[in-house]
Structures are given as C-alpha cells and as structure tokens.
Design a protein around this ligand. Sequence first.
Ligand code: DLZ
Length: 154
Amino acid sequence: MPTIGIADTTFARYNMGAAAVDELKQRINAKIIRVTVPGIKDLPVAAKKLIEEQNCDIVMALGMPGAKAQDKTCAHEASQGIIMAQLMTNKHIIEVFVHEDEGRDDKELAFLMDSRTREHAQNVVKMLQSPDQLIKEAGTGQREGFADAKPVGQ
Ligand SMILES: Cc1nc2c(=O)[nH]c(=O)nc-2n(C[C@H](O)[C@H](O)[C@H](O)CO)c1C
C-alpha cells in the first residue's frame, strides 16, 4: 500500500488539503498523511519531511499564491524549493498552485482550487498505479482545473 503525503497551507482561501484527501480516498487504497503549514514557502521542507521522516512515496504540495507582486515572487521561490526537495529526495512532489488571480471571482477561484487539486490527485493515482495511462495521455493537452487544450499536429 503506498503512502501519500499531503501538504497544504493556511494562506490558501480554499481547503485544498481536504479536497485532495477526499479525491484520493475515492480512488486508491493508500495511507494518507496530511500536514498544514502557514504558506507556500513552508511547503518544500514539509514535503521533504513527509518523504524522509514519514516514508511517503509521493507528495502533493498545495498552495495559493496571492495576487500581489510579492506573492508572485514568493511562488517562484516556493517552486524552486519544491524542485530542490524533489531532487534531494528523488521523489515526486506534485506542486498544485492556484494563483488567486486565476479566478474571475471567488466562485470561479473556489471551483479552480477544487478541480485542479482533484485532477492532480488523479494524476498521483495514475503515477502510482498505472503509469501506462499517462503515456497514453502524452501530448493530449491535459490541463488541471480549467478545460484541456487541444493537441496539435496529429
Ligand atoms: C508574501 C507572501 N505571499 C504568500 C502567498 O502568496 N502565498 C502563501 O501561501 N504564502 C505567502 N507568504 C507566506 C510564506 O509562504 C511563508 O508562510 C512565510 O514566509 C513563513 O515562512 C508570503 C510571505
């Protein structure tokens, strides 16, 4: 049975961790370990600890960069930390960020935070259980949250 780590934040305006746990529980028999940290810059070490101290096979790092310029910088820094944590542990940390200004209003933002989280949870299940399914989907313009893009040149 795989162990899946979920790290989310209190800064986010939607309970992304709850959505991830709910989606995973419907789709896979796994041990799920969840932690919540204040913000996205706290996610890299939270994910690394889930892997190294809690033996997680894969981690979802869930967060919401705000709309201000300093939030965008913060998101870039957090992403770099998450990539570094992946390279240090040789495990995937699926970064699920929804920028606050991706939604036209609160309703669309909530929809996007829920749907992107759930679709990435489905990706995690595929990565663990059926990586061949991802190969079948290669180049098909998959997008998490909003509608998929159309593939070109085939
Ligand atoms: C400027 C800023 N922006 C965000 C953000 O957009 N999203 C988020 O989740 N957290 C933000 N934070 C908080 C940091 O990620 C972090 O929690 C604190 O610096 C404490 O380590 C900060 C400081």
